[in-house]
Design a protein around this ligand. Structure first.
Ligand SMILES: [Zn+2]
Length: 117
């Protein structure tokens, strides 16, 4: 049986069973998700790291460019939270991209060959 999980974004009215993405296992990607999502997801407050992995975010919170042939990019970060952002497919804050573009860049340089954990 498929376990149905509800999207962690506050006020998200997705139907139960809509397509979701699981919380990233990579701790560095997880940290970026947490920083990005915290203001929009009261359910994340005070959660220990391992519990984050129980959380899902529906795919509609990702920009269309976050996908290649229907698969979410490994480092894609949800950026669409309001109805307006979701319908336009663009985040409200213009600096959202530059912020994450910078992170993507640094991240690519720092990524170790194997997980240090
Ligand atoms: Zn959602």
């Amino acid at each position: 049986m498929i376990r149905i999980r509800k999207c962690v974004v506050d006020g998200c009215k997705s139907d139960v069973g809509s397509k979701t993405s699981r919380w990233p296992h990579d701790p560095r990607v997880s940290d970026v998700w947490l920083d990005t999502l915290k203001p929009y997801c009261s359910g994340l407050m005070g959660l220990p790291r391992y519990r984050l992995r129980e959380k899902v975010v529906c795919l509609k919170h990702f920009e269309p460019k976050s996908f290649t042939r229907g698969r979410r990019h490994y480092m894609a970060v949800p950026s669409l939270f309001t109805a307006e952002e979701i319908s336009s497919g663009k985040p409200k804050y213009e600096n959202f991209h530059s912020m994450h573009a910078k992170w993507d860049h640094d991240y690519a340089k720092k990524i170790p060959l194997r997980c240090s954990k």
